[in-house]
Design a protein around this ligand. Structure first.
Ligand SMILES: *Cc1c(COP(=O)(O)O)cnc(C)c1O
Length: 398
């Protein structure tokens, strides 16, 4: 029998909370102000200051933040957005929400981040049209008349994508750039914090992320106009000056509540501690994995001046069956998770666009071999030992 989650000897992930967080949430509950109050403003200010962004907007999830970023970039039906298939589905779904088309570009085999050389080629080919453009488009479901609008890279597992190259392509072709920074709060690209380096960037605060608010997200941008539009759209389309029942735009309720924001404020006050603890756990893993060559960590790019560890994913040697390895680890009470099934191979994407295995070979290879190990900032060295001993045994048996 496969052990259930409760029989696992180490949790897959865990938030890092103290009494300060518990007290801050309880304090909100002693006031009548549970929404649109001072905790939201304080949380937004702390993220803006930390990332160096002019504006920060708290939202109800990372996905909501990405959706608003897509709307603020003016992405609509008929538009194309260059993005990566090696990601959590939300980064491509927000393009579909507006009936625009994601154009997938394969990733770097070392980091799993979108390949900037291929992005530049795709942008050039899509601008010139014809058969050069067609090789980047899906087999079916792409608009006959299209306009390339945007690049949406993802900082996978907390490592910055190659932003300078991507920004050069975005400038050359007059495209907006949206950073899916949902896995990368605090990461630096050539000493610059990710998030506000493109037109807008989004962080996410689900409980396994670097900081948590339960559910939640934060948009950062230096663009005044985009900030003001996204502020209206998250608040039922109320523009500045609108009364409660006046709605200039078709909007959403994508607001964060005060309890979540209060939690976020305390987590942000501990951000360096939280990131350092995660980096320490990652270094324990890296030490021990050096002895297990058939379970290799992802590589770090020279441009990554600070990795913000989100999950700890290994690539199993191609001779090892991931399914068997995962089953054997779970059998030993070590929870693991395949990471990622590429987006283009998710059922609704196959139905809509006709994608097949072989379309994005690097993403597929990483997707077949990637295994996330238990990881959080509260993990103890002994727990990392336990995981790595089990992994070593399992790998040797295969
Ligand atoms: C976590 C995450 C999101 C947003 O997730 P939510 O659950 O909506 O907060 C978006 N993109 C990536 C790559 C993520 O890892």
């Amino acid at each position: 029998m496969t052990p259930t989650q409760t029989e696992m000897r180490v949790p897959m992930s865990s938030p890092d909370l103290t009494d300060a967080e518990r007290e801050a949430v309880a304090a909100v509950l002693r006031t009548p102000n549970l929404s649109m109050g001072s905790r939201i403003t304080a949380f937004e200010e702390s993220v803006a200051e930390y990332t160096g962004a002019k504006h920060a907007l708290a939202v109800s999830s990372g996905t909501a933040g990405l959706h608003l970023s897509v709307l603020a970039a003016g992405i609509e039906a008929g538009d194309l957005v260059i993005t990566t298939p090696f990601s959590f589905v939300a980064s491509a779904n927000v393009v579909l929400f507006e009936r625009a088309t994601p154009v997938f570009v394969d990733v770097d085999p070392v980091t799993g981040n979108i390949d900037p050389t291929q992005v530049a080629q795709a942008a050039t080919d899509l601008a010139s049209g014809g058969s050069a453009a067609r090789r980047w488009l899906p087999r079916k479901g792409a608009p006959a008349d299209y306009s390339l609008k945007s690049i949406l890279p993802v900082h996978v597992f907390g490592q910055p994508a190659d932003l300078d190259s991507l920004l050069a392509t975005s400038r050359e072709h007059n495209l907006s750039l949206i950073e899916d920074s949902c896995e990368a709060l605090g990461a630096t690209y050539l000493d610059r914090k990710v998030g506000p380096l493109g037109h807008s960037g989004v962080f996410a605060f689900y409980p396994n992320k670097q900081i948590t608010t339960g559910e939640g997200g934060m948009i950062v941008t230096n663009d005044d106009e985009a900030a003001s539009l996204m502020q209206a759209l998250r608040n039922q389309g109320r523009a500045p000056g609108d009364s409660w029942l006046q709605h200039t735009h078709l909007g959403y309720n994508y607001r964060m509540d005060e309890m979540s924001a209060a939690l976020g404020v305390v987590q942000m006050s501990r951000i360096e501690e939280l990131l350092d603890k995660r980096a320490r756990v990652a270094s324990w893993y890296l030490d021990r994995l050096a002895e297990i060559p058939r379970a290799a960590p992802f590589g770090l790019s020279k441009t990554t001046t600070r990795m913000s560890w989100f999950v700890f994913v290994i690539r199993l040697d191609p001779t090892i069956s991931r399914r068997k390895a995962a089953d054997a680890l779970i059998e030993r009470g070590i929870p693991v998770r395949p990471y990622f099934l590429p987006i283009h191979l998710q059922q609704y994407m196959v139905d809509r666009y006709g994608y097949q295995w072989g379309d994005f070979p690097v993403s597929e290879d990483l997707g077949k071999r990637g295994l996330a190990l238990p990881f959080s900032g509260v993990m103890k060295e002994g727990q990392v030992d336990l995981v790595c001993r089990a992994l070593s045994d399992v790998v040797h048996e295969m």
